[in-house]
Design a protein around this ligand. Sequence first.
Ligand code: COA
Length: 278
Amino acid sequence: MSQEVLLVENVPVEGSSPAGGVISVWTLNRPEKLNALNSASHEALRQACADAEADDAVRVVVIRGAAPPPAPEGKRQKPAAFAAGADISEFAGKNSDDVRPFFENNAWERVWNLSKPTIAMVDGFALGGGTELALSCDLRIASTRAKFGTPEINLGLIPGGGGTQRLAGLLGYGKAMEMVMTGDMVGADEALRLGLANDVVEPGELEARAMKMAETIARKSPYTIKVAKRAVRAALDLPLTEGILAERSEFVALFDTEDKEIGVQAFLERKDAEWVGN
Ligand code: COA
C-alpha cells in the first residue's frame, strides 16, 4: 500500500462566523525521508490547494511536517523536520527538459497563490524546498530547534521554488545572498531576528502557538482577510505609489460589504461581530 504523502485534517473553529469554519492542517508525511518533497508531495499539495480554495469552510491553512517515528532498535533517531528540501533522489541524471515541466507546475506557487491565509509550522529542518514552502506561506511559526537554509548551492544548484525572490523580499538582499551563496543554515533565534520566523517557541508548544494564531485569523471575516492578504501582497509586486492606490481602492470597496457594517456596529454596541463573509 502506498503511503499518503500529505495528510489533510480539517479542525473546526468553535464559534466561527460564518459558522462551520475550519483550519485545514496539512501534514507532509514522509518522515523517514525528513518529509522531502517528491513529485507525489507536489501533486498532493496542488490538490490540497485546489480543495482549500474551493471550500468556503476553510479559513486558514496550516502546513507542518510529520514527526519522525521512533528509531528501530540499534538505529539512529531521525531528526524532526518540516521538510528537508526537494527529494534529491529525483534530481539524479535529469536534464533541463526533464525537470522544466515539474518546476513550471510546482506546489510552491500554488501555496503562494492561495487566496486564504497560510501558516508554516516549522519544527526541525526546513531546507531547500522546505524553506521555500515555508516562504510560500504568509506566516512562519518555528520551534527552537528549527533550522532554515538554502543548501542547493552544495548540489550545484540554486533555489528553484521561488526562494531567491522570496528570501530577498522577506530578509533583504544581503542576507538572501548570504543564505543562497553559503548554503549555511539559519537557527531559530536568528530566523526570528531576521523576520524569517514570526515567532519561536519550544517544540512542545509549537502546535498550540501555531493553531492559536490560525484561530485568531480564522475568527475574522473570511472576506476581509482575503482582501487584507491581497493588499499586503500588492506591496511585493507594485511600486509604492501604485501600491498605495491599490490599497485605497481595496479599502474603499470594503465600504460596500456587509461585514464592514457588521464590524463597525459590533464595535459600537460592544458585541462580538458575527460575520457573514461578504
Ligand atoms: N531528499 C531526499 N532524501 C532526503 C533529503 C532530501 N532532500 N533529506 C534527507 N533525506 C533522507 C536521507 O537520504 C535519509 O534517508 P535514509 O535514511 O533512507 O538513508 C533520511 O532522509 C534521513 O536523513 P539523514 O541525512 O540521514 O539525516 P541527518 O540527521 O544525518 O541529516 C540533514 C539531516 C537535513 C542535514 C541532511 O539530511 C541533509 O543535508 N539533507 C539534504 C538537505 C538539502 O540539501 N536540501 C535541499 C534539496 S534541493
